[in-house]
Design a protein around this ligand. Sequence first.
Ligand code: AMP
Ligand code: GLY
Length: 391
Amino acid sequence: MKVLLVGSGGREHALAWALRRSPLCAELHAAPGNPGIAALGRCHPVLATDAEALLDLCLAQEIDLVVVGPEAPLVAGVADEIRARGIAVFGPSAAAARIEGSKAFAKEVMDAAGVANARTLPVARPPCVVKFDGLAAGKGVWVCRTQAELDEALHAIAPPFHVEELLEGPELSVFAVAFGDEALALPPARDYKRIGDGDTGPNTGGMGSFSPLPDVPDAAAAEIVDTVHRPVLRELARRGTPFHGLLYAGLMQTAAGIRVIEFNCRFGDPETQSLLPRLESDLLALLAGESGELIVSPRAAVTVVIAGDGYPARSDSGTPIEGIADAEATGALVFHAGTALHDGQLVTNGGRILNVVALGETAADARAAAYAAAERIDFAGMQFRRDIAHG
Ligand code: AMP
Ligand code: GLY
């Protein structure tokens, strides 16, 4: 199979790594890809949201399957345009991607499907959560425990927005590979959204992840998918907009049971970087709908995200990066998230720069290995959390 991977981050590098391992993968192309992905396949200078250019690329390269990484092209309808030309796509239609693109739509679907989620509040009063109703790259949510936090949120946010109940408890992410109402569960993973150790400081795109979880065993994923994902998949299919792609549920384990915080229409970043190295089945066969088998190693995986100077307030570019080969020599995987090549030198190019992933028999082993590898990477201003997978 000739595969085109759309996107350019750490999640896409992890997808490229896993797709490339498939004996079914004859050629791997990426649009636009990154310097890490370039070592695994051919990168083309085409934007992830440029449907017309992606279609031209598919036709020129005789692509059999397109795998879309990020949400923006999906919400914009890129999968529809490619499918309309008879090319298979792993990624939902724009209509189904609204499950991520519109919080109000997601709520309506969950309520119709009877899936437990945060109650909408008629008035904004603390404690509550204020959410922008649209794609906001993880930055459209204000958790307000006090009136001062609520005042700040209402000052910062522009309509349309939505106010809901503040849920308390540990968070987890559960992904299902979905084809209409058929769904296969991936093991639960946890990500770390705040920049600082102990979950302090501003929200980010995600500073690390791990799987399996000490508090929610892999075996629990199937039941979560039965009670959370499947009803939503059936509801989307019933509305004539079946979901084909990765349905991501962001969940909170509250005292009253599991509640949905959000759905995303694509693989999570950086959870995917911890999940795919645990996957023993053929990812390409799975995404192409040719295999109903999902075998996962019991080993633990830990991902440490290395961000650039000033992140998350700003991104960094042009700073030389050293030590990747040294880090890889420890046995760890290093996925590129925001890098570029300038005259043969690898440099920073973004907020989150690299993801270091290690496997181990236990979470403690994987964590020690991931940090030992991360310590070998060096660039000016680099920062990472020291507490990933500590609990
Ligand atoms: P989202 O963009 O919806 O993923 O929200 C980002 C983060 O805000 C989540 O990972 C949670 O930590 C937090 N959050 C969102 N909704 C709620 C809620 N109803 N109660 C508590 N925390 C929430
Ligand atoms: N890990 C959070 C996200 O992908 O949205």
